[in-house]
Design a protein around this ligand. Structure first.
Ligand SMILES: NC(=O)c1ccc[n+]([C@@H]2O[C@H](COP(=O)([O-])OP(=O)(O)OC[C@H]3O[C@@H](n4cnc5c(N)ncnc54)[C@H](O)[C@@H]3O)[C@@H](O)[C@H]2O)c1
Ligand SMILES: O=C(O)C1=N[C@H](C(=O)O)CCC1
Length: 265
C-alpha cells in the first residue's frame, strides 16, 4: 500500500536526501514538503534535482493542509516539538529525526499520540550502524556497571548533547547497574568536569571543527575497558534508510517508540 509523506525541513542537509529517496521509492509518495526560505519553488528544483511538480510550502499550516499519512521532521531543535504536536493533532503519524528533545518532551508527545490514536517513532540516530552501537551498548550495560558516553560533534552543532548521545544515555539509564565511581555531588572541584547527568549516565560533549558526529560509549571494569564507537561521515546518506524504515512501520503502532534498534529485529 502506498504511504503519502509530508516532509518538514525539505531543503536541509538530510531533507534533500529524503526528497530524492522518497520520490524514488515505489511505495512512497511525497505529498507535501515544507521549507520556509524556498516557499513557492518546485521541491525537486529547490533540492538540486529535477522538477517534481510539487510546490514547497512555507509554513507548517500550509504543509499540514495537504492530506498525508506520515509527517517526517528534520528541522531544528527549537521547532520540532511544536511540529510533532501539530502533526499529531492533525491525525498524522510522525517520524522525528530532529534532535534536541528531552525525555519530558517525549512523554508529552507520547501522551498526545495515544490520545489521538497515532504512532510516533523517534530515533536520535537513524543510521543502521549507530543503531547497532546502541544495541551493543545496551547489552554490555547488563554485564558491566560503569559506563559513560562521549559525544563529539562539529563546532556549529546548536544542540547539546547530540540526539544520539541523549537517547543512548537515557536508554542505558533504564538498564544499567549502579556505578561504582564516586557520586558527582560528593566530588571536590567543579562538578561540570564530570559532564551532564542524563538519566543516571554521565555524558561529555565535545564540540570541535573537524568532527561531524561521533559517539563513544566507554565501559570500565577492574583492569579492563570496553569502548564502542560510531563515527558518521560527512554525508547525510546514512540516515535515509533508517528514516524510511520508520515511515514504513510507524502506522503499525499507537504512541511513541524510541530508538531505531527497536525496529531492527
Ligand atoms: N536522527 C538522526 O539520525 C539525525 C540525522 C541527521 C540530523 N539530525 C538532526 O536533524 C535536524 C536537522 O538536521 P539538518 O542537518 O538536516 O539541518 P539543516 O539546518 O541542514 O536543515 C534544516 C531544515 O529545516 C528548516 N528549518 C529550520 N528551522 C526551522 C523552523 N523553525 N521551522 C521550520 N523549518 C525550519 C530549514 O530551512 C532546513 O530546510 C538537526 O536537529 C540534526 O541534529 C538527526
Ligand atoms: O549533524 C547533526 O546534527 C546530526 N545530528 C544527530 C544527533 O544530534 O545525534 C545525528 C546525526 C547528525
Amino acid at each position: 500500500m502506498n504511504i503519502s509523506v509530508t516532509l518538514l525541513g525539505a531543503t536541509g542537509w538530510v531533507g534533500k536526501e529524503l526528497v530524492a529517496a522518497i520520490t524514488a521509492a515505489p511505495d512512497l509518495t511525497l505529498a507535501a514538503a515544507m521549507a520556509r526560505q524556498a516557499a513557492g519553488q518546485d521541491v525537486g528544483l529547490a533540492t538540486g534535482g529535477a522538477a517534481l511538480g510539487l510546490t514547497v510550502a512555507g509554513s507548517l499550516e500550509e504543509a499540514l493542509a495537504i492530506p498525508s499519512d506520515v509527517v517526517i521532521d528534520y528541522t531544528a531543535p527549537t521547532a520540532v516539538k511544536g511540529h510533532a504536536l501539530a502533526a499529531i493533532a492533525a491525525g498524522r503519524a510522525v517520524v522525528v529525526g530532529t534532535s534536541g528533545l528531552t525525555g519530558e518532551d517525549y512523554t508529552e508527545i507520547d501522551e498526545a499520540a495515544r490520545k489521538a490514536g497515532v504512532g510516533v517513532i523517534a530515533a536520535g540516530n537513524y543510521s543502521i550502524t549507530a543503531a547497532l552501537m546502541q544495541r551493543f551498548a545496551l547489552l554490555a550495560a547488563r554485564h558491566v556497571a560503569d559506563v559513560e558516553v562521549i559525544d563529539y560533534a562539529s563546532a556549529k552543532k546548536p544542540d547539546v548533547p547530540s540526539g544520539t548521545a541523549r537517547e543512548l544515555a537515557e536508554r542505558l539509564s533504564q538498564v544499567r547497574m549502579e556505578a561504582t565511581s564516586r557520586p558527582v555531588g560528593e566530588l571536590i572541584g567543579p562538578q561540570e568536569s564530570r559532564g551532564a547527568t542524563v538519566g543516571r549516565t554521565q555524558v561529555h560533549s565535545v564540540r570541535l571543527p573537524g568532527f561531524v558526529l561521533s559517539c563513544e560509549v566507554l565501559f570500565g571494569a577492574p583492569d579492563e575497558r570496553l569502548s564502542i564507537r560510531h563515527d558518521a561521515g560527512s554525508s547525510a546518506a546514512p540516515y535515509v534508510a533508517g528514516t524510511l524504515l520508520a515511515v514504513r512501520r510507524v502506522r503499525e503502532q499507537i504512541g511513541l517508540r524510541r530508538g531505531l534498534d527497536t525496529l531492527l529485529d
